[in-house]
Design a protein around this ligand. Structure first.
Ligand code: MTE
Ligand code: MO
Length: 507
């Protein structure tokens, strides 16, 4: 039989689940984006020290956001249980605790970069609901503890009312989640968009660019498999028709571009591999796509940066910023304002309606999604989101290579097989890849045809596998003669280095 303490804690949890669910539903119905959990999660993401985020991405990869939400729910559950106990022992302090929790959410909400006037409301409603439910639920548990005659009756009533409160909360939260995903899916506008034909098309991807080896990453990554990394707990919704890009700061001509104006410009196709600075050696936070976009260089030429400017701080609707060297955006590379990804409008998670893509730089200093602003400035005058959190202000991609086949830890049948992978150093190009088996000599692998210097390239090497355990290593050579360093460096502050090694056992 559960003791009175356990029941009081359960009353706290039931009240808070009800409040949180109602708060989420109010947000889902009336104030999209202001979900109390998302507001608190977003603030935690922005406030977390660099090491914590590094650890989160390292531990959970692209599931880092789910892990955060589960973490918040657990903490919320603990606080709720404590509030139930407090209310039972020292009323009204349990209610005060619950209201304080809601007040924190209501105070944080307006500080979010994309906050609207009523963003505080869902947290306030959540807190009031939880506080109102807490007192009667705790009462029922008290009646239970000193019920003389019929103890079973109040217990049953508590279970019924407490259970109903919690169930209502869960239902409301599910409703909110359905509204949210409906809102994303119902970007009917996005579905209806027909992207203009490129004024400058890319030569078709050579058939010899993809070796077609089982288990090897395809040379062009399908959108559904493309890694996603960003600080947005809820994917920002930006409508193309109201989207604008403002170019301002150290420019002679400030300018604003609309969606229709952007689509009317001569767009170009370009294949560019995007990689995250958090990608570990051998990691999968990398993908390659064919982008449809307009050269940022041309827009900057119109705006005319002043002679002192050396950086462009791009800003997203959700407040994320990236610092990109001005020279990289004005030289002849395909640094684009992209609207299309592999033949369709940008998926919402990848920046719909417009994002930046810049060959040769890690995403955190170049690939701003949901971009709305380019501020021409100086590295010594402004810093970007990740720089403020300890990462380097500049992030050129480092020369790397990865073994995809055979998979690390896999069992290989003795005899003729193949070792294959990918190698990259965007905007420089890869000249060769070498493979080492155990402590043997480095052997040159065959490169597939590169799509361009801005994309990764596949490589392969036939291998007569002999039985036993083996370590396979690879290293790449760049088109400039650089050899991929063996020096092991972690992702922070400007990208991991080292050789990818995989262990396999051959039988
Ligand atoms: N608005 C916004 N843009 C962003 C980010 C972000 O957090 N917010 N993350 C950047 C980082 S760190 C990377 S690696 C790339 C990832 O792009 P993808 O999710 O389309 O793969 O987006 C960049 N653009
Ligand atoms: Mo990244």
């Amino acid at each position: 039989m559960a003791g009175p303490r356990v029941l009081a804690a359960a009353a706290g949890v039931a009240a808070v689940v009800l409040g949180a669910g109602v708060g989420e539903l109010v947000a889902g119905l009336f104030v999209p984006g202001a979900s109390p959990i998302a507001v608190i999660g977003g603030a935690l993401i922005d406030a977390a020290p660099a090491w914590a985020k590094d650890a989160a991405i390292g531990l959970f990869g692209t599931a880092d956001k789910l892990a955060l939400v589960v973490g918040i729910a657990l903490v919320l559950g603990l606080v709720a249980a404590a509030a139930g106990l407090l209310e039972a022992r020292f009323p009204p302090w349990g209610r005060v605790a619950v209201l304080t929790l809601g007040a924190v959410g209501a105070l944080i909400a307006p500080t979010r970069p994309d906050a609207g006037t009523f963003w505080w409301v869902p947290s306030a409603v959540a807190a009031l609901t939880a506080a109102l439910a807490l007192r009667p639920l705790v009462r029922l548990t008290e009646a239970e503890s000193d019920a003389g005659e019929q103890p079973g009756i109040d217990r049953r009533r508590f279970l019924v009312y407490g259970g109903a409160a919690a169930a209502a909360g869960v239902l409301a939260a599910l409703g909110a989640a359905a509204l949210q995903s409906g809102r994303q899916a119902a970007s009917a506008v996005r579905e209806a968009i027909t992207l203009p034909r490129p004024a400058k098309t890319m030569p078709p991807v050579p058939a010899t660019a993809d070796l077609g080896i089982d288990g090897l990453a395809p040379v062009v990554t399908p959108n559904s498999d493309f890694y996603r990394i960003d600080t947005a707990l809820i994917v920002p919704t930006v409508e193309a028709q109201t989207w604008t890009l403002r170019i301002h700061g150290m420019v002679e001509h400030e300018l604003t571009l609309t969606w229709d104006e952007l689509l009317a410009l001569p767009l170009q196709e370009s294949a560019t591999t995007l990689v995250c600075v958090s990608n570990e050696v051998g990691g999968d936070l990398i993908g390659n796509a064919v982008w449809l976009g307009y050269p940022i260089r041309e827009l900057l030429a119109r705006a005319k940066p002043t002679a002192q400017a050396d950086m462009v701080l791009s800003r997203s609707i959700d407040g994320f910023t990236a610092s990109t060297p001005l020279e990289v955006l004005t030289d002849d590379r395909d640094a684009v304002l992209a609207v299309g990804m592999n033949g369709e409008p940008l998926p919402a998670e990848h920046g719909y309606p417009v994002r930046m893509v810049v060959p040769g730089l890690y995403g955190y200093v170049s690939a701003t999604k949901w971009v709305t602003e380019l501020e021409v400035t100086r590295f010594d005058a402004a810093t970007a989101y990740w720089t403020d959190r300890g990462w380097s202000a500049r992030g050129p991609v480092k020369l790397e290579s990865r073994i995809d086949v055979p998979r690390a830890g896999s069992r290989v049948t003795a005899g003729d097989t193949v070792i294959a992978g990918v190698a990259w150093q965007q905007h420089t190009g890869v000249a060769g890849v070498e493979v080492q088996i155990d402590e043997g000599d480095w052997m040159p692998a065959a490169l597939a045809t590169a799509i361009s210097d801005d994309t990764w390239v596949q490589w392969s090497l036939p291998w007569r596998a002999t039985s036993g355990d083996h370590t396979l290593r690879c290293r790449a050579m760049s088109a400039e003669g650089e050899v991929q360093t063996a020096q092991v460096a972690p992702p922070a502050p400007d990208g991991a280095t080292g050789w990818h090694a995989v262990q396999v056992s051959v039988a």
